[in-house]
Design a protein around this ligand. Structure first.
Ligand code: COA
Ligand code: ZN
Length: 313
């Protein structure tokens, strides 16, 4: 049972990064910029706008420099860049990212598949990144990917995740994200892990990143919310997925999450009609249907004309 509706749930929009990184077709830089500019007017306080990884690893986002340079930054919106190493951090700083999101997997195997380095190698790289931003205003967030399960190793021990969180905090990370990279989490597991992590990290600095791979995305949001989490990643249309995780599919869908919150009286500050308009344009941009459901069904306020035969009954 959700017992406290009186809170604000903060949504970080990740479609420009997690969403587009797995798309097989090339999305023009101007279209990425236009998407981010429109998302910037929808009420988000945080948008993950691109990633500074190897262009060979993720060709779809190889233009992130140009994207960051081309967007119209709205006051109050933090534009986040995903980075895997020092080179990525230097590129992101040059492109004036407001915050770096450093990513490493709890699973050694997925880290090797995704970043071609061990978890120990990632930690060393993150130490260099921390040094490189010292004295700047750039924020640091660190993600534990595959925190709830790995497509190669299976279940991930919660103590291992907590150990990584502690390591991140010791390195000086401000924000922490727990990511369910391939949608393996269940609500009970989420509630338990979130409660334990919140003993170390305040809710204002903890983000949950769920994928809806097995249909449990919004259930996991509610479980995390009930456990005290207040910040969530989500992606317009339910786009998204890690190209280096077999079976990966979309993030939880932003407009479906906003609809859930609107219906339950949880404040997000996001304008749902604007999101729906943006989401309904994605199939034309990407050449396929999207998993988001509210964009297809409309909000519950959308009513249909009564069939004529009913009037005659
Ligand atoms: N941005 C751009 N280029 C980078 C880079 C970065 N952040 N980091 C390394 N490179 C370049 C190197 O300069 C080198 O270029 P060269 O071949 O022209 O000399 C090349 O990539 C190989 O460098 P190396 O350090 O050996 O990298 P690698 O091949 O071991 O790959 C990563 C390591 C981390 C760069 C790569 O695996 C990666 O970018 N992964 C990201 C995957 C991802 O984004 N997943 C989804 C999000 S979680
Ligand atoms: Zn993801």
């Amino acid at each position: 049972m959700i017992s406290d509706f009186s809170q604000t749930l903060v949504i970080q929009e990740v479609s420009p990064r997690d969403g587009l990184q797995i798309e097989p077709i090339w999305v023009e830089t101007v279209d990425k910029i236009a998407l981010i500019d429109e998302l910037s007017l929808a009420g988000f306080s945080r948008i993950e706008a691109g990633s500074f990884v190897s262009p060979k690893a993720v060709p779809a986002l190889r233009d992130s420099e140009h994207v960051f340079q081309g967007i119209t930054r709205q006051p109050g919106v933090v534009y986040v860049a995903l980075v895997p190493n020092l080179k990525g951090a230097q590129r992101a700083l040059a492109a004036r990212a407001d915050e770096l999101n450093l990513v490493m997997s709890a699973s050694q195997t997925h880290n090797l598949a995704n970043l071609r380095m061990s978890c120990e190698g990632s930690f060393l790289a993150f130490g260099e990144v921390v040094e490189s931003v010292r004295g700047t205003a750039v924020g640091l967030n660190a993600t534990v990917a595959t925190a709830f399960g790995c497509p190669f190793e299976g279940k991930i021990d919660a103590d291992r995740v907590l150990g990584i969180v502690d390591g991140y905090l010791e390195l000086g990370m401000h924000g922490i994200t727990l990511a369910d990279t391939t949608g393996m989490a269940n609500p009970l597991q989420v509630e338990r892990l979130v409660r334990r992590v919140l003993q170390r990290v305040p809710a204002a600095r903890l983000t949950l990143h769920f994928h809806n791979t097995r249909g449990l995305g919004l259930c996991n949001v509610l479980a995390a919310f009930e456990a005290g989490a207040r910040r969530f990643d989500a992606s317009l249309g339910g786009l998204g997925g890690c190209p280096f995780a077999p079976g990966a599919s979309g993030n939880i869908c932003t407009e479906d999450l906003v609809n859930l919150c609107d219906e339950m009286g949880i404040h997000t500050g996001i304008e749902l009609p604007l999101l729906l308009r943006l989401s309904r344009r994605l199939p034309a941009l990407l050449g396929h249907e999207l998993p988001g459901q509210v964009a297809k069904a409309g909000t519950p306020q959308h009513l249909y004309p009564v069939p004529q035969y009913v009037a005659g009954l």
